[in-house]
Each structure stands twice: as C-alpha cells, then as structure tokens.
Write a protein that binds this ligand. Sequence first.
Ligand code: AKG
Length: 268
Amino acid sequence: MLTAEQKQQFADQGYLVIDPQIDPAIIDGVRERVGNGLLYPDGRTVARVQDAWRQDAGVKTIACAPTVLAVLAQLHGRKPLPFQTLNFRVGTEQKVHSDTVHFNSNPAGHMCGVWVALEDIDQHNGAVIYYPGSHKLPEVGMSEVFAEPDLGARRAPMRDGPLSPRGWWRELRGHSPAHDSAHNYLLYETYMERQIERARIAPALATIRKGQAFVWAANLMHGGSPRTDPARTRHSQVSHYYFEGARYHRPLLNPDGRVRYFQPDWIV
Ligand SMILES: O=C(O)CCC(=O)C(=O)O
C-alpha cells in the first residue's frame, strides 16, 4: 500500500502524512461528542480527553482504522497494537519532546503516534510542530538530562517507586504535594530545546487537512505550535501504538532509571 518513497521518507524524516480513509461521519461524530464535550452529562468542555475510546465507539474506530494499522505494519514490519487515545479541542502548545520519554520498548523504538485532524489545521490554530529527521538523534532519558551539569544540579530527589500515569499528570499540573516528576520534566524540556539548537534542525508544521493523519516515529521531536488565533479550535485525536513482540515501559514514570515493564491496556 505504501510506496517505496513513502517508506524511505518515514525512515529518513521520521514522519508521514497519510489518508487514513476514515468515514467523515466518524470524524464529525467524534468532534461533536468528544471535542465539544457532548460526551459529558454536565456539558463541560475539556481541552484534552484521555482514553475516550473506552466510552466512544468513534474514537475507537479512528484508533483502529484498518488503513492506519496496515500503514504502521508496513513501516515497522510488526503488528501495531493501539493502547492510548488523546482527544484535543484546542492546540496543546506542548513543548518539544519525543514520545520515547513517555513510552518506550525493549527492543527500543517500537512505538508510534498517529495524529488525525478532525478539522483543517493551519499555522494559526496550533498545528503540531515537528523537527524532520530528529528521530535519528540519540534517545533522551532522564539520565542524559541529569548529565548536563546545570540541569543535574537542579534535579529533584527521586521517589522510591514508580508513579502511576494519573499521579504523573497530577504532578505535572501541580495538583499533587510532591512535585518531583513535574520539576524534572521541566528540566527535560530545557534539555530538548538545547538538543534542537545543537542539531540546528529547522521546525515544520503539520498543516494537514481534516481527515488526514500525521504519523510520527517514537523518537521524532515534536510539540504543539503557538495558537496565534486563540479563538480557533484544533479538534484532533492522537492514538498511540506499540508493536507486537516487544516489552513496554514508561521511562518518565521510573525516573530512578530502573526499567519497569508494564502491560498496556490494548484497544480492542
Ligand atoms: O497535539 C499536540 O499539539 C501535541 C501532541 C503530542 O505531542 C503527543 O501526543 O505526543
């Protein structure tokens, strides 16, 4: 299904724009129910909904779209296994990072993100920003961050055990009394900005059309570009995939550097 050029582009640049062939009615339905908050009885709208696939069949359909699964299988030579969805109503303005710090595997790199535009994306509504070819840079974990003398000196004390994903997000948002992971993540972001400057890689924007998908390699540096028009929405869904035949871990939840494997909750 993919051409040799497309495979080569993914290998060289770490990303690919594809047509995931998802029914437009599914796209519109997810945008209305999840993006516009209709999923919630109290009518609240949230900027980021994690794992809505558990409640919403449309979200699951997007994550498990046969064309997406076929493309990923061709790119990785292994069966893709979807395990997480995030739905966004507006741009995240998230700082540059690689998914490998959140989700990695053994053997390394058997992870992938697929970001589906639920409306047209341009340079004003917070398109994903990415750094072509950056997936070839060495993977960055907290030990690389702490090896930088000034960042290492600011390192927060390590906790003893692993942190749950919910606990980690609470910390990142400052809701928890223990802020060590959130603090260390800020050091990681500083390190990644320095990496980009050192590598002198120019950024690009994933200005894709409604219904298209942006596929990125686990180690591709990316984030959310500024919302230059704050009135605009940026309805989108990113689904995360591991690949069969590996063991899976979450480096950030284990900042003591010990690899602790976990069993993802597969989207089936
Ligand atoms: O949607 C965005 O703005 C960024 C999403 C992202 O960085 C991620 O899912 O890893």
